[in-house]
Design a protein around this ligand. Sequence first.
Ligand code: DQA
Length: 153
Amino acid sequence: MFRVQVIHGPNLNMLGLREPGIYGSQTLATIEAMLAEQSGLLGADLAFFQSNSEGALVDCIQACYGRQDGILINPGAYTHTSVAIRDAIAAVGLPTVEVHLSNIHKRESFRHHSYIAAVAVGQICGFGPDSYRLGLHGLVQHLKSLRQGLGDA
Ligand code: DQA
């Protein structure tokens, strides 16, 4: 069993209402229900957290230390601004996958840079809610290889 903390940053609680042309019509609750279903297939135990506050996101990442095996995060707009979130991920040292609904590289230039990417195992963007599913699969696969490397898979 792999323990994964799923973290959603600012404005992702508005999914469904928020710029549906970019982010689609699915709500965060629907995305979390889809991930919960996937977790059963993958042997993952998911915890969910959303906040609009940078500090609360940092607190959540710090609390993962010793409690979670990996982190799946959509940092929202903090992707492009937050050294604090990047440092928190580096501090806990947990495998982290960064996901975005939209393809940030195809959008405004201020969205092209991610402070998180350099401390993440990888980044998935542009597939709408499926980015989360793909990200979860990638993260669990990565955690499996790490465990196999340690010889206790
Ligand atoms: C986002 C992309 C960010 O640039 C934006 O600020 C968001 C959502 C995405 O999922 O596509 O809030 O992370």
